[in-house]
Structure formats: C-alpha cells, structure tokens
Design a protein around this ligand. Sequence first.
Ligand code: ADP
Ligand code: NI
Length: 210
Amino acid sequence: MERSTMIQETEIFVRSFHATDFSGHDYAHIERVRRLALHIAKQEGGNVKIIELSALLHDVADSKLGGTAETVATFLQGKVTEEEQEQILDIITSLSYKDGTRPPMQTIEGQIVQDADRLDAIGAIGIARTFQFAGRFGEPMHVPGLAPREPGDRTGETSALNHFEEKLFRLKDLMNTNTALHLAEERHRYMEEFVNRFKQEWEGATGEIG
Ligand code: ADP
Ligand code: NI
C-alpha cells in the first residue's frame, strides 16, 4: 500500500480509537508524540516509517484504554510487511513505563518513540494530563501527608501531586537520546517550579510568591 494512503488510514483508525478519551490519552496526545518522534528522528536517525506508524499506534495496544496488541496486528495486516508489523508491535508493547525498571529499548526506533511519549508526560502538557487522568480515575489532586507509592506499587491510594514523585520526576534521567534529554531538562525544571508553587499556595501563602 502507498505510504501516504497507509498513514492516512492509520490516522483515521487511531483518531476513532481515542475519540472518547478524557484520561490524557486523546488523539492530540498521539499527534504530539508523532511530531516529537519525527523531530527526534531528524537528529538521531532511524527508520521514519516505523517511527511514525509506531508513534501513531503506540497507545492502541494499551489495556487501560481498552486496546490489545491483536487490535493493532489486525489493523496492520496487509498494509505493511510481516517484518515491519513485528517491529511496530515489538515497540508498542514494550513502550510503557511500568515501574521504570524494564530493560532499555533495543532499537533506535523504539528509543525515539518512547522518548517522545515520555516528553509528552512532562512539562506543561504533562502537568495538565496528570490532573485530567486523576479526575477521570477518581484520584484526589493532593493529600497532605500521603507518601508517594514505592516504584512498582500500582495498588494503594495516591494523588495527582504524588504522581510527580512516583514517575514524572524520574523520566528525565530515563531518556534514551540526547535530543530528548535536552528537551526534557527544561520541561523538568518547569514541573519542579509548578510543584513548589502548588505546595506554597496549598499552604495558604498570600501575596507575592517566588
Ligand atoms: P505509560 O504510557 O508510560 O504506561 P501511562 O499511560 O500510565 O504511562 O501514563 C501516561 C500519563 O497518564 C502520565 O504521564 C500521567 O500524566 C497520567 N497518569 C498515569 N498514571 C497516573 C496517576 N496514577 N495519577 C495521575 N496521572 C497519571
Ligand atoms: Ni502515550
């Protein structure tokens, strides 16, 4: 199938998969990850077809969003070669953060898509997505005195603010590529500033802050 037709069909498929998402995984997230991934690829190399398709499809296999790897495999059937299908499935099924202890991505294509997904989890957009996720899944925004969960603990009570300690502040040092690390550093500082101000305002600071 011609490349541009296939990309268009993928966009339509992915847009409809994410159409009713209000957990920070809407189609706009997918578009940002795609753009970031293509930007990183310009500096770092890699197979652009695999990178773009993996970025577009990266959250369709997420069980939390009701997807499975089979959904993606069925969609790709006949559109790409078997080898390409395997490469894409391999990337999107090993992308997720879990507790941050998974083995590093093996291929440059996987490293780039993972970096792009992680960049969209930090900075101003990362902050917004975290509070949208918390609202969607009934998590409080802040509980004073509630300790962040240990890495890997996905049970137990937590809060949107704790999610910064549990995951978001760890992402900068987990970037695979230097291009992404460079972008992550500024976003990381911005989140630190946000969390500091949040705590000051929560504690009732009046007047000028910072
Ligand atoms: P991954 O795609 O790496 O597995 P998730 O889909 O779990 O990551 O998380 C994507 C984004 O969803 C996070 O960066 C964050 O903004 C939000 N999120 C995930 N878990 C939580 C949580 N427990 N509380 C608040 N936000 C969360
Ligand atoms: Ni994602």
